[in-house]
Design a protein around this ligand. Structure first.
Ligand code: SF4
Ligand code: SF4
Length: 225
């Protein structure tokens, strides 16, 4: 059999008068509606009294992860901003001080990092694009706010979501899956004396304390409630 004969060509189906008038599709839709009306069991969600059972891979509010030194893990490569279809990520990069032992393993860091949570479509492409596992979507779904400005999450707020989810043991499933690749591993360093304390360069690595900035990562994530 020649290679050409193994190729299956898709043909447009022949459409009769009924299909042209959408009758089969309409009848299928009515059948589904009747099935739910007559046979289905009504389910009323008791939210907010009863929290919904969120799937483990739910894509909710973002968090910016910290590295082993407590610094923002992001290296300001702009891949997430480039990949974002909604264009809701805005990053300003800054060069690190090579004389600072806490930052001499990095060329850049995000001087500012903002995500417009109202514009975001929670597709997850930013976390897929990130080469160092610095941005993740959590299962936090109940973000609220009274103004558009409140819903633009800056670096401190995104870090506070990290602190809060870590404190609760509520890491996203992506973190639980492990590191994506070598770029996600902490850089091997000889200056171990600098470990564990740090991050004065632009990113306030106030472990735990960041969770109070501008509202937290649960129901008050947008700064109200
Ligand atoms: S989840 Fe999608 S839309 Fe939202 S910031 Fe990430 S890439 Fe952009
Ligand atoms: S892709 Fe990751 S490392 Fe690059 S700018 Fe976005 S969050 Fe930072």
């Amino acid at each position: 059999m020649t290679k050409e004969k193994t190729v299956k060509w898709a043909e447009l189906p022949k459409i009769g008068l009924a299909e042209a008038l959408y009758l089969p599709a309409i009848l299928d839709g009515v059948a589904v509606t009747l099935k739910h009306m007559l046979g289905g069991k009504a389910i009323t969600r008791q939210y907010p009294e009863v929290e919904p059972d969120i799937p483990a891979n739910y894509r909710g509010v973002h968090r910016l992860n910290r590295d082993d030194k407590g610094r923002v893990k992001c290296v300001a490569c702009f891949l997430c901003e480039t990949a974002c279809p909604a264009k809701c990520i805005t990053i300003k990069a800054a060069g690190t001080d090579k004389d600072d032992p806490n930052w001499n393993d990095r060329d850049k860091y995000p001087a500012s990092f903002e995500i417009d949570e109202l514009r975001c479509i929670y597709c997850g492409m930013c976390e897929e694009a990130c080469p160092v596992d610095a941005i993740e979507l959590t299962t936090i779904y109940d973000l609220t706010g009274l103004t558009r400005e409140e819903m633009i999450f800056d670096k401190d707020k995104l870090l506070s979501v990290y602190d809060e989810t870590v404190a609760k043991g509520d890491d996203p499933i992506r973190t639980k899956r492990g590191v994506l690749g070598p770029a996600s591993e902490p850089a091997a360093r000889s200056d171990s004396a600098t470990q564990g304390d740090s991050a004065t360069q632009g990113d306030s690595a106030t472990q735990g304390g960041g969770a109070t900035q501008g509202g937290a990562a649960t129901k008050s994530v947008g700064g109200v409630q």
